[in-house]
Write a protein that binds this ligand. Structure first.
Ligand code: RIB
Ligand code: CA
Length: 316
């Protein structure tokens, strides 16, 4: 019989860095419903929408769920000379046609993302993990300003890149394409990391039956995810992207790796040519002679993933 609390596992501390976005929001809700982790902060970055929109979405989401989580502003444009980027894949606000009350009473952190990462990493004494599901600008800034983070961050789980193909150009995935310079800094940092790219996330589509199941469940998180999925499925019916859980797949790699397969590879990022900038060069054939620096997700059992995601969301 273990003593009081002796048997209770310590929750894994996480910071989620995101460009909230529809699938980012679903990943955040799932993370908040995950019993294994403690979300210490949510930091925003320009990507799916302007940073002022991605940060507002994070703040309104946390307020809607009635959670107490530090929400911080982040970079409003990438390190790579592309300028502020956004498009209408996630609608003008970033959350499609889903409208959350503007929780103006909810105060943002006084610190920007890079300082929040530094402060919490120092406090967690080597236990902090990062879930990075947007362009990696904030992480690159933090690592450049505070190199000690390379010893303090336990693991980076990121949605980005691809072994084959791309979704914004023929050879680049969106998150890495927006800021390839930042991705290159992070991938070459020496920090232990896992890449969940399009090879896996393009198989992680939710279905109409999932929406119906979540709506019946009735929790705040489940109903909001059902609303977001409704938007994504309608977008798909009109020729847009499917209800792909790109960002929740990176969370699954961290807390439900059983639904995926991984291989260690050397990975770097192409920044030189405008035609290939953002391409993740994944050395599957060992041609570089370089040691693997990234654990790469190469397969997913989609039905198991879908059930897991709904279980997490139901708890929020
Ligand atoms: O390529 C998919 C990624 O780009 C996801 O993180 C999505 O939210 C967008 O940021
Ligand atoms: Ca994202």
């Amino acid at each position: 019989m273990s003593g009081r609390g002796e048997g209770r596992m310590k929750k894994r501390p996480f910071i989620i860095d995101c460009d909230t976005g529809t699938d980012d929001a679903i990943a955040v809700i799932a993370a908040l419903g995950c019993e294994e982790i403690c979300v210490r902060a949510i930091t925003s970055v320009n990507g799916n929408a302007r940073e002022r929109d991605t940060s507002r979405n994070n703040r309104n989401l946390i307020a809607y769920l009635g959670m107490q989580v530090e929400v911080a502003h982040g970079a409003s444009s990438p390190l790579y000379p592309r300028g502020e980027y956004y498009d209408d894949t996630h609608g003008n606000s970033g959350l499609g046609n889903v409208v959350l009350r503007d929780a103006e009473e909810y105060l943002y952190s006084e610190d920007m993302a890079s300082e929040v990462i530094r402060r919490i990493a120092e406090g967690e004494k080597g236990d902090l993990e990062l879930l990075v599901v947007g362009p990696m600008t904030n992480i690159a800034i933090a690592l450049t300003m505070y190199p000690v983070l390379k010893e303090q961050i336990k693991h980076i789980w990121f949605m980005g890149g691809a072994v084959h193909g791309g979704n914004i150009t023929t050879c680049a995935e969106f998150n890495v394409w927006v800021d390839p310079a930042a991705a290159q800094i992070v991938l070459n940092s020496g920090i232990s990391m896992t890449m969940v790219g399009l090879d896996v996330t393009e198989q992680a589509a939710m279905k109409r039956e999932d929406v119906d199941e979540l709506r019946v469940c009735g929790t705040k998180g489940a109903v909001l995810v059902a609303d977001i999925l409704d938007y994504m499925l309608e977008r798909y019916a009109n020729g847009g992207e499917d209800a792909l859980m790109h960002d929740a797949s990176a969370l699954a790699a961290a807390v439900y790796p059983e639904c995926m397969d991984f291989e260690p590879y050397f990975v770097d990022v192409e920044c030189g040519s405008p035609y290939t900038a953002g391409h993740t060069a994944v050395d599957v054939r060992g041609r570089t002679g370089k040691e693997p620096n990234v654990n790469v997700a190469v397969g997913i059992r989609t039905d198991e993933f879908r059930q897991w995601l709904k279980e997490c969301v139901r708890k929020c």
